[in-house]
Design a protein around this ligand. Structure first.
Ligand SMILES: C[S@@+](CC[C@H](N)C(=O)[O-])C[C@H]1O[C@@H](n2cnc3c(N)ncnc32)[C@H](O)[C@@H]1O
Length: 275
């Protein structure tokens, strides 16, 4: 047993980890996302969905924590997909996913495929589609969201970074460089009104917005086409609340242009059109 654990420990140590995953036998992958954040997100994402007998597509699965969790919670079929981190020479995400999957002995399928290539023809349709932490990484974020939405038969669950939360109408910040977390693969920061409007445009009839364990600049959206698998509606305690005045100030300071817009110098559209 000690040899098996030593061997797993060394396979874990050889990988880069985003998710902290309890592989059993005292082995926990050292992910940037802590066990507590992973557990908190999983609870907000899955607790109100009866996954028994359902199919689940996890887009941008990386190390696979949410795919494994869906299976553990009773999903019939889970397909984990990813591209960028799975083929990245430093992250080697697919190798790490395989280490975790084999240690857990879980029956989860995997396929390396870019969001741009997802379609009912290429992967099929799924009862539940997870689109967690991917929206803002796509330059063509709106088209990619549409691709994910097309595949969801019952519910699309989106987890995303948020910005411009002090606007009470749909708005989205653009990060052309390294503005967000010094990461050039982050392009967009929608506010909650923007994400809700985008999801409503794809025919989801009920959209619930939850708080996030990491704080007020992220949220989780359950977009229901059919509420058949919903075991309860979102509770008041976990519903995303409008930002407080102090937080509004912080957002505006990060985006000085917004102070001028808020001050009513010019209407937003005209301002961005350079008029
Ligand atoms: C912030 S991580 C989120 C990982 C996981 N879903 C979570 O919520 O913890 C973003 C993931 O999206 C993947 N990704 C980014 N662009 C992608 C694309 N064009 N096609 C497929 N996956 C992509 C990355 O490889 C990475 O695994």
């Amino acid at each position: 047993m000690a040899n098996v654990t030593d061997d797993l420990n060394s396979r874990v140590a050889a990988q880069y980890w985003h998710h902290s995953i309890d592989l059993g036998g005292g082995v926990i992958t050292p992910g940037g996302k802590s066990l507590a954040i992973c557990a908190g997100e999983a609870s907000l994402i899955f607790d109100r969905v009866d996954l028994g007998g359902l199919s689940v597509l996890d887009i941008g699965a990386w190390n696979g924590f949410f795919s494994f969790e869906a299976k553990r919670r009773g999903a019939r079929h889970v397909l984990a997909t990813d591209s960028f981190c799975w083929s990245h020479p430093d992250f080697r995400g697919r190798e790490a996913f395989d280490v975790a999957r084999s240690a857990l002995g879980v029956d989860v399928d995997a396929r390396e495929i870019d969001v741009a290539d997802l379609s009912p023809e290429s992967v099929g349709e799924f009862d539940v589609v997870l689109y967690l932490g991917v929206f803002y990484h796509r330059y063509d974020a709106i088209e990619s969201l549409a691709r994910a939405a097309r595949l969801a038969k019952q519910v699309l669950i989106v987890e995303t970074h948020l910005d411009l939360r002090d606007f009470n109408f749909p708005a989205m910040a653009f990060y052309p460089g390294h503005e967000l977390n010094n990461d050039p693969t982050n392009w967009w920061g929608p506010n909650e009104h923007c994400m809700q409007a985008l999801l409503a445009g794809h025919g989801f009839k009920d959209i619930e917005v939850s708080t996030h364990p990491a704080g007020h600049s992220r949220a989780i959206f359950h977009a229901w086409r059919s509420t058949q698998a919903r075991t309860m509606t979102l509770g008041e305690e976990t519903r995303l609340k409008p930002v407080a005045e102090a937080k509004q100030l912080a957002f505006t300071q990060r985006h000085p242009i917004l102070s001028r817009v808020r001050a009513g110098l010019r209407p937003v559209r005209r301002f961005f059109a350079g008029e």
